[in-house]
Design a protein around this ligand. Structure first.
Ligand code: SS9
Ligand code: ZN
Length: 578
């Protein structure tokens, strides 16, 4: 019989069917392994929820419609259907199946497309369409069953996941990050504790990060700025064993709840920027997302990045808007005492403020006048999945690394300079590159990043941005190095939006492997993954390249190579020859 109470108009079954259909239509589903779902057990649900709440929800399948209505009244904005208890157990069970698959290494990462969502539900309360807190239970489960010590939860849904915050606010082992439409507490769930000064309690102080959006109409550059200047520096310092994403897509353009302007392809970059953490162990769990068109596109963008495909070129980014700068400034000040990675906040806001003034963001008022259905945006750009991930040109007698395809060996130019120009011209003449960023890493810690634009080729105008990075001591200051990469190089790179990234590692630079891997991985979010790496270890040159990744390594006589695990793209095993 039809459920006579006002069933939810936006949290509808079609959310899952359009998402799955899009994954099938784009061929992405065929590239994934599907994981069986199951119902969560009581024990698993009790990792987060109270017995009395679970017992109460257990009764709902047998309630009359009137009783269900009454039961719903005690909570905010949640709808109970006789079948929702079953669905909510499946949503938790699917999440835990995904956590199992990732923590056991059966898969590197994945996404659980579930409903009802979970991040608003609390120990003894349903809220905001959520019955059981899928992601909070997933975090506790990973810690209990797999001994995960530190779990990072990134909540990019447009609503504040207060349920997750309450669950872990005194827990230093779970770092909860959420951005959310807030409008100075005028947006649902209208909580004082959703503001930036809720940093966690007792031992958990510093492990809860709230970034309020005090305006609607936020764009891609606003989202990236928060990742570069708030989330990523702290996430790298936290060094999680597992990343859980409360992947709500109501923060995308066209959503009736969020009223933001960020386009679906931004989720390709957000996902990419998180995939270098925790050795690539990332579980995304669907939360909100109520515009069926942008939801399906955003899900596909996320899955395609999880599969390792190169990110799309970021559409013309500007700097963050004034309101976001204030939020970034406030949340960084609130967390200053807990985290060491901290560029002088004044410098950050000064630079970005200048850019913000020039920013002519599309006025959200204009957007608000149009109904969500009328808002249109361009289809996300096609993203190449190269037929050959990695080709390697090696001197005679050197075996081809795993997962690489051997091709004719390039002659080994003697000096680095001629080599790089030789290759650059080859790239340029191939016509596949319009702009090139050359990062010459002389030494380790980047403290000054100066960009010099040089015209190097008459046939094609190639802007070579030569970042000459000076630095003091060796690899000890990894935090400082990562802070400079995250807070300076990446924002610069995304805004510059090059056609190719050239990474050069000089001998004696002392760049330790982990830093090098992070750098190579993060920078592959630029230039659609076209990365050229000159790794001056010592010795002859060989070129490892593919339509996506160009790797050029200069090796010493005894082939002192390194294992470069690119969690994003492929395990590139190099070979040690002595
Ligand atoms: N007038 C109150 C609107 C409440 N909307 C609840 C939205 C829950 C989103 C879950 S992601
Ligand atoms: Zn939401």
């Amino acid at each position: 019989s039809r459920f006579c109470s006002p069933a939810c108009k936006i949290e509808v079954p079609e959310r899952l069917t359009v998402s799955h259909e899009a994954l099938v239509r784009t061929g992405l589903a065929a590239r994934c392994v599907s994981i069986a779902v199951r119902e969560a057990t009581d024990e698993e649900i009790l990792l987060v929820h109270s017995e009395e709440y679970l017992e109460a929800v257990k009764k709902t399948p047998y309630m009359t419609l009137e009783d269900l209505m009454a039961f719903t009244q005690q909570y905010g904005d949640v709808y109970f259907h006789p079948n929702i208890y079953h669905c909510a157990k499946l949503a938790v069970g699917a999440t835990l199946q995904l956590v199992d698959s990732v923590m056991t290494g059966r898969v590197r990462n994945g996404i659980a497309l579930v409903r009802p969502p979970g991040h608003h539900s609390q120990k003894s309360a349903a809220s905001g369409f959520c019955i059981f807190n899928n992601v909070a239970i997933g975090a506790r489960y990973a810690m209990q069953k797999y001994g995960a010590k530190r779990v990072l939860i990134v909540d990019w849904d447009v609503h504040h996941g207060q349920g997750v915050q309450y669950c872990f606010e005194d827990d230093p082992n779970v770092l909860y990050f959420s951005w959310h439409r807030y409008e100075h507490q005028n947006f649902w769930p209208n909580l004082r504790e959703s503001d930036y000064d809720s940093v966690g309690k007792e031992k958990g102080a510093g492990f809860n990060i709230n970034v309020p959006w005090n305006k609607v109409g936020m764009e891609n550059s606003d989202y990236l700025a928060v990742f570069f200047h708030v989330l990523l520096p702290v996430a790298y310092e936290f060094c999680p064993d597992l990343v859980l994403v409360s992947a709500g897509f109501d923060s995308a353009i066209g959503d009736p709840e969020g009223k933001m302007c960020a386009t679906p392809d931004i989720f390709a970059h957000l996902t990419h920027l998180l995939m270098n953490l925790a050795g690539g162990k990332l579980c995304a769990v669907l939360e909100g997302g109520y515009n069926l068109t942008s939801l399906a596109q955003s899900v596909c963008q996320t899955v395609q990045t999880l599969l390792g495909d190169p990110a799309p070129l970021p559409a013309d980014l500007g700097g963050p808007c004034e309101s976001v700068l204030k939020s970034i400034h406030c949340v960084r000040s609130a967390h200053k005492q807990y985290w060491s990675s901290d560029l002088p906040a004044s410098e950050l806001s000064a630079k970005s403020l200048k850019v913000a003034e020039q920013k002519t963001g599309n006025e959200p008022e204009a957007q608000e006048q149009r109904s969500p259905e009328e808002i249109v945006w361009p289809e996300p750009p096609k993203r190449l999945c190269p037929p050959v991930r990695t080709a390697v040109a090696l001197p005679e007698g050197v075996a081809c690394p795993d997962a690489c395809k051997r091709c004719s060996s390039a002659e080994a130019p003697s000096s680095l300079y001629s080599l790089s120009l030789h290759v650059l011209c080859e790239c340029v003449c191939a016509g596949s590159v319009c702009r090139i960023t050359v990062s010459l890493y002389i030494l380790v810690c980047v403290i000054v990043c100066r960009a010099v634009h040089v015209l190097i080729c008459v046939c094609v105008c190639v802007c070579v941005c030569v970042c000459v990075c000076l630095a003091p001591q060796g690899c000890s200051d990894v935090a400082g190095f990562m802070q400079a990469v995250l807070g300076l190089l990446l924002p610069l790179g995304y805004e510059y939006n090059p056609g190719l990234v050239l990474l050069v590692r000089m001998p004696g630079s002392g760049v330790c492997e982990s830093v090098w891997q992070q750098l190579a991985g993060l920078l592959q979010g630029l230039a659609q993954g076209h990365t050229l790496v000159l790794m001056q270890v010592r010795g002859p040159v060989w070129v490892k390249y593919s339509p996506v990744n160009w790797w050029m390594c200069i090796q010493d006589q005894n082939w002192q190579l390194c294992k470069c695990t690119n969690s994003c793209y492929q395990q590139a095993e190099y070979i040690r020859y002595s």
